[in-house]
Design a protein around this ligand. Structure first.
Ligand SMILES: *Cc1c(COP(=O)(O)O)cnc(C)c1O
Length: 361
């Protein structure tokens, strides 16, 4: 060959595996594998979409000022310290790109989001895993895993795929205990599912080493739109803006995200509906011998006896047109992650798991 070689770490990346949405030979499929909002997005966003008579021959603004102003207004944050990205995944990438490289370490919890090792390898940094305690983030284990080479710690709170959450005091203790020059990324993809939770915004205000990330993909029902944002000190935001492509978001993305964030009524409604169906589903599964931890998100991590039972149940669900998520890659081979769907979907998946437990294969 020509001696063309990718940068260190690139070939160590295991490609991200998304939730599937089809089953061969099954027509009526219910997708509960990607933590999408079963109610979709709000009518306000649909109207905004229909009305976008946008000038698509013009380049968009590079600053996203209107979207940042709206986010700042709604959440009581300083718009100058907000950065917007193509999903919060892109914001996580800005942080990794700007602050870690070859020879550095990036620490994340044992069952942490699968983008974290991908991002570490993308910049040639070493991914380091800190054990969890019973599927809950263990702050002491993270602190013990940190060295002077650690540049970034990623923690999703609430976490995916466990659905569990740690308290604000623990997060603050983590931020305070990190080595000099290390950033704590508080990944808040599921913040809105926890009533009254600020997603780590208070931590960002009080400490210069914390970055909060948020997304429109989950409770806002806009996974396809691809918009997320981050909040941090002015110093960090100024750095992140240097690695951001100037035209990373189209005017359609920013306009619809702005309409979405201004409609908090929709968020409130979806949070309540999710909480109601989540309790129902968790209890229904518990009754048929499938326990789960208390979830703070829009999914349930259902635990089975072992990997064989989890896989057999997944196969049975597929045969019934129900797609849930295997999480063996997250070190949870005996579990299946089930998104809280609408009421018929919840009933359908609980019924099918009941049939499976009762001997149907
Ligand atoms: C879904 C998710 C994200 C981000 O998704 P985007 O669509 O890129 O905003 C980030 N972190 C966690 C833990 C998630 O589950």
């Amino acid at each position: 060959m020509s001696g063309i070689q990718p940068q260190p770490g690139i070939m160590d990346i295991d490609l991200y595996v998304g939730g599937t949405s089809t089953v061969e030979g099954v027509k009526d499929v219910t997708k509960l594998s990607s933590n999408e909002n079963p109610l979709g997005c709000s009518d306000v966003v649909k109207d905004a979409h229909a009305k976008t008579g946008l000038n698509l021959h013009r380049y968009p603004s590079t600053e996203h000022e209107e979207l940042r102003a709206a986010i700042g207004e709604v959440h009581g944050l300083d718009p100058a310290r907000i950065i917007c990205g193509v999903g919060s995944d892109e914001v996580l990438q800005f942080i990794t790109h700007a602050y870690a490289g070859v020879g550095d370490e990036i620490v994340y919890p044992q069952h942490g989001f699968s983008m974290y090792p991908i991002l570490a390898n993308m910049v040639g940094a070493t991914p380091v895993v800190a054990v969890e305690r019973e599927r809950v983030v263990d702050v002491d284990a993270i602190l013990a895993a940190c060295t002077e080479k650690t540049k970034i710690v990623f923690v999703a709170n609430p976490a995916n795929p466990t659905g569990t959450m740690i308290g604000g005091n623990d997060m603050a203790r983590l931020a305070d205990g990190l080595p000099e020059g290390c950033i704590l990324v508080h990944d808040g993809a599921y913040t809105e599912y926890v009533q009254g939770f600020d997603g780590g915004a208070g931590l960002v205000e009080a400490r210069s080493n914390v970055v909060m990330t948020r997304t429109f993909s989950k409770i806002y029902g806009l996974g396809g739109l691809r918009v997320g944002w981050g909040y941090a000190s002015q110093e960090i935001i100024d750095v992140l803006n240097r690695v951001r492509q100037p035209f990373n978001l189209s005017p359609i993305q920013t306009a619809l995200a702005e309409a979405a964030v201004r409609d908090q009524e929709w968020v409130t409604k979806c949070r309540a509906e999710n909480a109601r169906l989540r309790s129902w589903l968790a209890e229904a599964l518990m009754e048929i011998g499938v326990p789960s931890d208390t979830s703070c998100t829009n999914f349930i991590l259902a635990r089975f006896a072992d990997q064989a039972e989890a896989e057999a149940c997944d196969d049975y669900l597929k045969s019934q047109g129900l797609i849930v998520r295997r999480v063996t890659g997250y070190g949870l081979p005996n579990c299946l992650r089930i998104t809280v769907g609408d009421e018929p979907s919840c009933r359908r998946v609980a019924h099918a798991i009941g049939q499976f437990k009762g001997g149907a294969r």
